[in-house]
Design a protein around this ligand. Sequence first.
Ligand code: NAP
Length: 286
Amino acid sequence: MSQEKLSISTRIPLSSGNSIPQFGFGVWQLGSGEEAKRAILWALEAGYRHFDTAAAYQNEGVVGEAIRESGVPREEIFITTKLANIHQRDGRQRHGFEKSLENLGLDYIDLYIQHWPVPGRYKESWAIMEDYYKQGLTKAIGLSNFRVSHLKEIMADATVMPAVDQIEFNPGIQDYETINFCKEHNIAVEAWSPLGGGMAASDPTIAAIAQKYGKSGPQVVLRWILQKGIIVFPRSSKQERIVQNADVFDFELAAEDCAKIDALNAWKRTGRDPDHPEGFIYRVLD
Ligand SMILES: NC(=O)c1ccc[n+]([C@@H]2O[C@H](COP(=O)([O-])OP(=O)(O)OC[C@H]3O[C@@H](n4cnc5c(N)ncnc54)[C@H](OP(=O)(O)O)[C@@H]3O)[C@@H](O)[C@H]2O)c1
């Protein structure tokens, strides 16, 4: 990807026919009240137009509210939400989807994804999601935390191919087996927890690169992810950091510096391992 072209407005085409802003804002752990609303409004003010939420985050309502309050036209904003594990496990996928639309106060979702590959359920869930996609109620459908074996199972019977796979990706965990499979099959990759649970701000290798470019560690890591053509949506509750994280379009990392960050891969997840479903969280939801 040509770096000159990267901007906060850069979009990645999806196999579903729409396109997604490569840079966005994640709202996990921001709560469902004023803190989340303020953060989303600051993000909109700073130019973010892509928001990543989930039924399990229990803040779809405030995402919808903040967007309406901002006055930014709906069609300029890209919203992702996710099918909760518990709705999959209990066979209540349709209820989960309809509840998300209602909570967001929207008549369509831009991207609807399965949060985790819930064993014994994800193929059935995919067929239901295909149905919503065909009805136009979601403009794209995708997956999250799917590794190659899970993706192959979905793709074996799919009538709509997954548009994205959202995986944990940061300097400490770089799963190129999944990423390369996605590239080969036209599945866009999204990076969750891009700042690696504090690693971006504290690792000495990243700090040295940051100093060279006059940027912060988190800015360097976000730029490294963007230069790989991966979609990213950092989260912060603080206005200064929301602005700082979006200020990553005026510099370009040299290949040698990207290679130094690549070398930090330690297969160290901050989150759960998709190959160990016993660790999945089944948050109780209506
Ligand atoms: N699909 C999945 O299973 C899954 C799992 C996890 C996350 N996600 C998605 O990915 C999004 C991003 O991941 P994340 O929320 O885990 O974490 P993240 O964006 O990697 O990091 C957020 C943390 O970094 C801090 N931070 C943000 N900007 C900073 C900066 N410039 N300098 C120093 N610290 C900074 C934030 O603290 P302050 O708030 O204090 O700034 C917060 O503690 C989520 O919000 C969610 O949408 C998806």
